[in-house]
Design a protein around this ligand. Sequence first.
Ligand code: HEM
Length: 212
Amino acid sequence: MKQKKSWWILAIVSIGVMLPFMYPYLTLDPAKSRIAISSETIEYPALIMHIAFAFIALVTGFLQFINRIRRDNPKVHRIIGRIYVISVCISGLLALAVIFYVEDFTKALAFLALAILWLFTTWQAYRKAVKRRFSEHRIWMIRSFSITLVAVSARILVPILLLCYLTLNGFTLSGGREQLIEELLKVNIWAGLVLNIVIVEWMILSRKMKEL
Ligand code: HEM
């Protein structure tokens, strides 16, 4: 089966959205970090490694759903799959460490939920593959990758959340620009998480309904 064009568009958009956010970290200079680095110990190295492995997970995740590789080249599919699982595990565990430095509780809790779901869904996908339960493996991989993509959707949602904020506040910025950005960054991960879970569970359910 030919790969859907929309898959390539999603891949290009996702990588295109993430690259500018990753760029400041390529310098390995904590002073260039987009988020405030409050500790001189492990925070920055953990953040850098988190970002590097998360990016590998993002790229290999897209490759895992390419029909040609999955059907005609199962060995390559298995190798890429292992790289994806290892990257998620490393990046997800490092995210758990970075969360201790996130000052805002709402934001920290969103990242915690995200990290736990990322590790859990990926582990499930891996276990099902090992047990050769491939249709369940596919469903858990779809769930795992939808969590990977929260990093992208949470960022894409910011302008929409901005519009909601302005509408709900009568198009005034009483708390100023700083407060606006703070408020948006508190909720964008939650919004991305809810959106991606709803879309993916709806996709899985409608596929199951067709099979009935
Ligand atoms: C899905 C599970 C993920 C979790 C739990 C997670 C967690 C985190 C946490 C806790 C931070 C620090 C945020 C802060 O202090 O405000 C962070 C930052 C970051 N993460 Fe992730 N992340 C995930 C996925 C990804 C993915 C797939 C990418 C893609 C490459 C990514 C790229 C980044 C970048 C670039 C930053 C730096 C923040 C910025 O400058 O905007 N993350 N992540």
